[in-house]
Design a binder for this molecule. Structure first.
Ligand code: NAP
Length: 252
């Protein structure tokens, strides 16, 4: 009997890495819920997938908002089917040196990355445990190893690694795996914004990063999407609680 089509939710799917992950999971045969805080961007991502023949829809929610997350996961289940693949990708930066970092900068980053991943995973796991199958992938970062100007972001991305291992331990018995992908320097609006903040052109900023990358090129969103695709696949069922650095070398 043909297996029912799995439904994937990708947060922050409006652009950058999330949009590439949504496209890749669609190409892998999943139905895809493109979720973003920006309704137009979510809708446009879904529209691009549909043009490629993928069953996809746009959904809007702030992943840090508990009620919005409960509502949107129910909407996904109703419109596309019970979600059993989740990619926690939505993210924001509020970079600053520690002595200049505000409490709000800290809280915002913690809310979107950590609380967002927690709320989305808690809301979708019930569909996964019911199905006896599930895949959760969290976007960490090489910044988890420490990065100047990113005390908040580094702490959140390191926190996601502990969250990943714990979800793997708790949900493994239900056929649910949980892994993390930790990208290095990837060309997206997020890294363009960082270049702007440090007062460099993107070309200058990129060249300095690439000089420290063994494979001698910047990463592209598709590089990350390929790694996420593996963790979300049927054949990755014995891989759980792992962190895969996608950084062109042993670290970014
Ligand atoms: P991006 O281009 O800034 O895209 C992030 C997406 O997340 C945007 O569409 C954004 O919506 C959405 N988003 C932000 N806050 C949200 C919220 N509260 N609820 C729902 N959606 C929200 O970033 P990216 O570079 O693709 O990064 C994606 C992930 O990879 C992030 O977790 C990031 O930390 C991680 N990462 C990136 C790099 C890199 O080099 N780019 C490296 C390591 C890790 P808006 O457009 O409306 O803000």
């Amino acid at each position: 009997m043909a297996q029912e089509q799995r439904v994937a939710v990708v947060t922050g799917a409006g652009r950058g890495i999330g949009a590439a992950v949504a496209a890749r999971l669609g190409a892998d045969g999943r139905a895809v819920a493109c979720l973003d805080i920006d309704e137009t961007a979510a809708g446009e991502s879904a529209q691009r997938l549909r043009a490629d023949g993928v069953r996809a829809d746009g959904f809007v929610a702030d992943v840090a908002d508990e009620d919005a997350v409960e509502r949107v996961v129910a909407e996904v289940a109703e419109r596309l089917g019970p979600p059993t693949v989740l990619v926690n990708n939505a993210g924001v930066l509020r970079d600053n040196l520690l002595f200049k970092m505000s409490g709000d900068d800290w809280d915002t980053v913690m809310s979107v990355h950590l609380r967002g991943a927690f709320l989305m995973t808690r809301a979708t796991q019930r569909h996964m445990t019911e199905a006896g199958w599930g895949r959760v992938v969290n976007l960490s970062s090489t910044s988890a190893l420490g990065n100047r100007g990113q005390a908040n972001y580094a702490a959140a991305k390191a926190g996601l690694q502990g969250f990943t291992r714990t979800v793997a331990l708790e949900l493994g018995r239900f056929g649910v795996t949980c892994n993390a992908v930790a990208p290095g320097f990837i060309v997206t609006d997020m890294t363009r914004a960082t270049a702007e903040r440090v007062g460099q052109s993107f070309e200058e900023f990129s060249a300095a990063r690439v000089a420290a990358i063994p494979v001698n090129r910047p990463g592209q969103p598709e590089d990350v999407a390929d790694a996420v695709s593996f963790f979300c696949s049927e054949r990755a069922g014995f891989v759980s609680g792992q962190v895969l650095y996608v950084a062109g070398g042993p670290r970014g």
